[in-house]
Design a protein around this ligand. Structure first.
Ligand SMILES: [Zn+2]
Length: 282
């Protein structure tokens, strides 16, 4: 039998001693090892983040960027511009937009939008419709030029509330409403010391080619209201009125045929005075 030499026996003893030492170290490590944080079940054990509270989750959902932006991601000014353009095109479409959601409903209360709503389909006097009367009043308070013009004509000629009527017409004319400038110009031409301003307003309407349209608008309002107020025309101050009248012939709603300012203004005053008496002279 082979006997190990003393050197070999010493080596074996050393190896065994090393193995025992490693085993002891491993056992000591297992006994003393404790994780720094308690292990969490399943997926949470893999994550080092703290669990989020319900409020945090809601907040994160709110602030999360929507990959499909809606119209409400646009600035409010831009949304107001879009709604104003819809309102200027069709009152029915505007009311549908207003009823579609709370955001549009709130934005539609803006004066800028109310000033742009077309009143084409609205009656001049909303008999028996409180909703229409309420909406027209809201438009008037927002500074809607057409609503102010209608209110001014009705207040002045139908209710004989001179000051209120003139205020409404003046507000509409300042914004550039041609019909209001026309009516206000004619009224001022019939009043002492305001002829110059009246002539200026009618010249402005003529320069914008708005005489014919202004006559028609006034006729449409006058035809559906009763009248309390009449205008008294002043004599024509033009020294050449006979020749000018012969050249012009009958009064016309054309904007190009009048070449004398005094005769042209007098012709418009005549037209409105006759209209108020129920005579249409064109
Ligand atoms: Zn003349």
């Amino acid at each position: 039998m082979y006997k190990k030499t003393p050197k070999e026996r010493a080596n074996v003893a050393c190896e065994m001693k090393g193995t025992i030492k490693k085993q002891k170290m491993h056992a000591r490590f297992l006994n003393t090892f404790k994780p720094s944080t308690p292990l969490r079940p399943f997926l949470f054990a893999l994550s080092t983040r703290k669990p989020r509270t319900r409020n945090q989750i809601k907040r994160n959902r709110r602030t999360k960027t929507n990959p499909f932006p809606t119209i409400f991601s646009l600035p409010n000014e831009l949304i107001a511009e879009v709604v104003a353009r819809v309102a200027a095109t069709s009152a029915n479409d505007f009311f549908n937009v207003v009823l579609s959601c709370k955001v549009f409903n709130r934005i539609a209360e803006d004066n800028y939008i109310l000033r742009h709503v077309t009143l084409e389909k609205f009656p001049v006097v909303p008999w028996g419709s409180t909703e229409q009367a309420f909406f027209l009043d809201k438009c008037k308070r927002s500074g809607h030029p057409e609503a102010l013009y209608r209110e001014g004509v009705i207040k002045y000629f139908s209710f004989a509330k001179v000051e209120e009527g003139l205020n409404c017409l003046n507000s509409a004319a300042k914004i550039g409403h041609l019909g209001a400038s026309y009516v206000l110009g004619v009224i001022l031409l019939c009043v002492e010391k305001t002829e110059e301003e009246g002539r200026r307003l009618l010249s402005y309407v003529r320069s914008e080619s708005g005489i014919g349209e202004s006559r028609k608008k006034l006729k449409d309002i006058i035809s559906v209201t009763w009248l309390k107020m009449r205008l008294k025309p002043k004599p024509n101050s033009c020294p050449m009125q006979e020749q000018h009248r012969r050249r012009r012939g009958w009064p016309s709603d054309s904007d190009d045929e009048v070449d004398c300012e005094a005769c042209g203004c007098h012709s418009e005053v005549d037209f409105v005075c006759n209209l108020l008496r129920g005579i249409i002279t064109y």
